[in-house]
Design a protein around this ligand. Structure first.
Ligand SMILES: Cc1cc2nc3c(=O)[nH]c(=O)nc-3n(C[C@H](O)[C@H](O)[C@H](O)COP(=O)(O)O)c2cc1C
Length: 372
């Protein structure tokens, strides 16, 4: 099993390599009647793209999407939606020196051990180029969630190396190249990233995602828990080393009297759970937090091993992201949206006749702003 597909009723399959002729995906199970055009993909593909600022990789892909199937006269037909993006700016010669080497921290050694062969050009299938198609599939999910349920999924960078936001204002996130929620710190981040790039090193980051407007009741109680599927989906993104839902690991130090989210007829008074209880949405904001490791491809030399087992000096040239978390915001949003849409369709299939159940307890007011 090679598992290039995920989701149950909304099933996404991606294919392609970083420097192959194209990357693509098939989105199967999408309901008919959703207006969909190539322009719908532009915003999120641009938000993920490289080469837009000096703080991300210099590779410049056009990311022009072609809708191959599943759409007729501007609306989805219910048949598989085929999406394709041609790679236009691959520079495979940059990878000549690592064809026979294993980059420490990258997937070269594990792919070699698993398949006995690998495509070293730009990292092949292990490259985050694959995540372009997750973002494309996520556009469809985000559209459906917004149109049918008024759900909005928003991500932001909540930590860059040792730097934390001094305040959280989500209205400024799209106005700076770091998706940072504190406009007053952008100059500090610019200076930090410039020094980092000069040094040849890289740094980790943290991305938070909030989904607002999720109704109570979505999620399966045991093996298909909403939080379990969110964690799996977010962990499947390249370079992710940790996922938290709600207070996550902070819960370890909390008392039960503090962590339990008290309910009043007027609303919840807190959201430590992050919008999920028993694997099922509470109707509160869904909150996830994702840890990204520092980029492993560095021009700083390091002793390593090659395919013959000999000791070699590994130096990675080519175009790389000094902090992969910066570009990961739309990818995290897409994975959250795809999980939510899949769960929504599954909920509709089994419990569509149940309807709204009283009492419905409103979410904790202003909660999106009260974390970190
Ligand atoms: C948006 C994004 C961009 C990335 N860019 C790079 C990069 O330029 N260079 C690199 O070595 N790794 C990059 N990565 C991470 C690698 O793809 C990843 O570390 C590698 O596939 C090994 O997998 P793992 O870290 O999940 O174990 C990026 C990841 C993301 C999410």
């Amino acid at each position: 099993m090679s598992d290039n597909s995920f989701g149950r009723l909304l099933r996404v399959t991606t294919f392609g390599e970083s420097h192959g002729p194209a990357i693509g995906c098939v989105v199967d199970g999408c309901p008919p009647g959703i207006a969909l055009a190539a322009d719908d993909f532009r915003r999120d593909l641009d938000r993920r793209a490289t080469g837009k600022t000096r703080h991300t990789s210099a590779r410049r892909e056009a990311d022009e999407i072609e809708i191959l199937s599943g759409v007729y006269e501007g609306v989805t037909t219910g048949t598989p939606i085929g999406l394709l993006i041609r790679n236009t700016d691959a520079r495979s010669r940059d990878y000549g020196s690592i064809v026979e080497q294993f980059r420490p921290g990258h997937a070269d050694y594990t792919y070699w051990q698993k398949y006995g062969i690998r495509d070293p050009r730009g990292g092949g299938r292990s490259s985050a180029r694959e995540t372009t198609m997750r973002v494309a599939a996520g556009v469809i999910a985000r559209k459906w969630l917004a149109d049918r349920h008024g759900i909005e999924v928003q991500g932001f960078l909540s930590q860059l190396g040792e730097i934390h936001p001094t305040g959280i204002d989500l209205s400024v996130v799209e106005g700076n190249p770091f998706f940072w929620p504190d406009a007053g710190q952008v100059a500090e981040l610019e200076a930090y990233m410039d020094a980092l790039r000069k040094s040849g090193d890289s740094v980790g980051a943290r991305v938070d995602v909030v989904a607002r407007g999720v109704p109570p009741g979505w999620g399966e109680p045991v093996y298909g828990k909403l939080d379990g599927e969110l964690a799996a989906a977010l962990m499947s993104i390249n370079a992710v080393k940790g996922v938290e839902v709600g207070d996550g690991f902070e819960s370890v130090a909390q008392k039960g009297s503090e962590h339990r989210d008290r309910m009043t007829p007027e609303g919840f008074i807190s959201n430590h759970a992050g919008g999920v209880l028993g694997g099922i949405s509470t109707g509160q904001d869904l909150r996830c937090s994702v840890a990204f490791k520092p980029t492993s491809s560095l021009r700083l030399p390091v002793d390593g091993v090659d395919v013959r087992g000999d000791v070699v000096e590994v130096v990675t040239t080519g175009r790389h992201d000094p902090c992969v978390g910066i570009r990961a915001i739309p990818i995290c949003e897409a994975m959250v949206a795809l999980v939510l849409m899949d769960q929504a369709l599954r909920h509709r299939a089994q419990c569509g006749d149940v309807g709204a159940v009283a009492p419905r307890i409103p979410g904790h007011a202003g909660e999106a702003d009260d974390k970190r």
